[in-house]
Design a protein around this ligand. Structure first.
Ligand SMILES: Cc1cc2nc3c(=O)[nH]c(=O)nc-3n(C[C@H](O)[C@H](O)[C@H](O)COP(=O)(O)OP(=O)(O)OC[C@H]3O[C@@H](n4cnc5c(N)ncnc54)[C@H](O)[C@@H]3O)c2cc1C
Length: 396
């Protein structure tokens, strides 16, 4: 079994494959989910090693096609991270009485996990959660067993989870579509749950709703939105919010993310991402409300993308130029001590203290000012009768 903890991605394909149920999930000291073998139950069949996508050393994959796309419904674009490509794929599956698997963040338990549309509405699975999703001991085998029943199945997860699922399949299923995304890595769950708990203390109220991709300031601005039971709202852009700042700085990511083997070796049928570089292409930019980029890796993926034409605005792109961001992520050994130091600090002191330490006073003042300007500009856009100094003009 994979014993180098810094390489294990936590996809849990090994746990799903284990015939004797000897593999359980344990948290490491940072809160990352790790498979653990019970030696008393292990029958030493070696299946966990055979199935492991890391030990399988994935080969580089080259996309066949690239598409820029956004959903024809403005509401779907608004509530999706980018252009709602995931929603477009999912609604087709549901129309055929199929099942969609994705990540759900349960606010009451403060936990992200693999969920499905037999139990939750599709909208609960939308948007990016910048945290590790607990796939469960048997999460991937549940996906396979639904495909085995002949239902249409869509699975969307991180590239490592998609790779775990691919390894688990004994055969190719026409009715199973595997999607992943251009992943910037995942943080352990306690970083986020501790941070939300600290906000609850500050706002004297439990969290009711949250989003990492609130589009209040526009699609291009990562924005962390939290709504509390008492009606108060916390809304900050990535550089001003401590959790988001530490996440984007890669201070809390799983160690395997720093050397991700799947960033240029997608085992999925399709890879979705934000089409940040849309300005370099001659495409309809949807007034920058949100645009997805889909890279197609298989014939099945190609057919499914083509079938979205009724519900999505789509343009095909030159594949080489559009797949610019597919590059292997290599983390030099000498960077590891710094990564461990930040991860430990974020865990023990909290993300706010780490952000405080990493930014100079000038940088903090700059981001505070920027946040203030964006709030003012937004306020003016929402209420055009506000004059420059923030006073509301009363119309005669
Ligand atoms: C942790 C993470 C890092 C990302 N990093 C980048 C990046 O660096 N560059 C980039 O261009 N795009 C990145 N993305 C992808 C991007 O944010 C959008 O998800 C993508 O553009 C698809 O958008 P959408 O509007 O089609 O769908 P969305 O509505 O965003 O649907 C996203 C799908 O991803 C699943 N999902 C969400 N969070 C998780 C999670 N933590 N684990 C497993 N599955 C999850 C959801 O269940 C859903 O199926 C990242 C996503 C995540 C979750």
């Amino acid at each position: 079994m994979l014993n180098r903890k810094k390489e294990c991605t936590g996809c849990m394909a090994c746990a799903s494959a284990c015939p004797s149920g000897a593999i359980t999930i344990k948290e490491d000291p940072y809160g990352f989910l790790m498979p653990e073998v019970d030696p008393d139950q292990c029958i030493e069949c070696g299946l966990c090693n055979d199935i492991c996508p890391i030990l399988g050393r994935p080969e580089r994959t080259i996309p066949l096609e690239a598409w820029s796309l956004y959903h024809k419904s403005e509401e779907i674009v608004r509530i999706s991270s980018s252009g709602g490509a995931f929603y477009g794929l999912a609604e087709q599956v549901l129309q055929q009485d199929g099942i969609v698997f994705g990540c759900y963040y349960d606010i009451s338990q403060k936990r992200a996990y693999l969920a499905d549309t037999d139990h939750l509405p599709l909208k609960a699975l939308l948007t990016s959660k910048y945290v590790e999703s607990d796939i469960g001991r048997d999460g991937l085998s549940r996906v396979v067993s639904e495909a085995e029943k002949g239902r249409q199945v869509l699975f969307c997860g991180t590239p490592c989870q998609a790779a775990g699922l691919r390894r688990l399949l004994q055969k190719e299923y026409d009715n199973l579509l595997i999607a992943d995304f251009a992943c910037g890595g995942v943080a352990a769950q306690p970083y986020l749950s501790d941070y939300l708990a600290s906000l609850e203390e500050e706002y004297h109220s439990p969290v009711k709703r949250m989003s990492f991709r609130d589009k209040h300031y526009g699609w291009g601005q990562y924005c962390f939105y939290v709504e509390f039971e008492n009606g108060e709202i916390y809304r900050k852009t990535a550089m001003s919010d401590p959790y988001f700042f530490c996440f984007l700085r890669s201070s809390m990511q799983r160690l395997s993310c720093h050397g991700c083997l799947f960033s240029d070796a997608h085992q999925s049928d399709l890879c979705l991402s934000d089409f940040w570089k849309c300005d370099f292409f001659d495409v309809d930019r949807n007034d920058r409300k949100g645009l997805s980029l889909a890279l197609v890796f298989t014939e099945k993926g190609r057919k499914r993308i083509e079938s979205l034409k009724e519900t999505m605005h789509m343009q095909q792109l030159p594949v080489e130029e559009a797949s610019y961001h597919l590059k292997s992520r290599f983390c030099p050994e000498e960077k590891l001590p710094e990564i461990y130091r930040d991860m430990t600090s974020a865990r023990t002191e909290g993300v706010a203290a780490l952000r405080n330490r990493l930014l100079s006073e000038e940088q903090k003042a700059f981001y505070d000012r920027r946040q203030q300007i964006m709030d003012d500009e937004n306020e003016r856009a929402l209420h055009p009768d506000i004059v420059g100094n923030g006073q509301i003009m009363v119309k005669a």
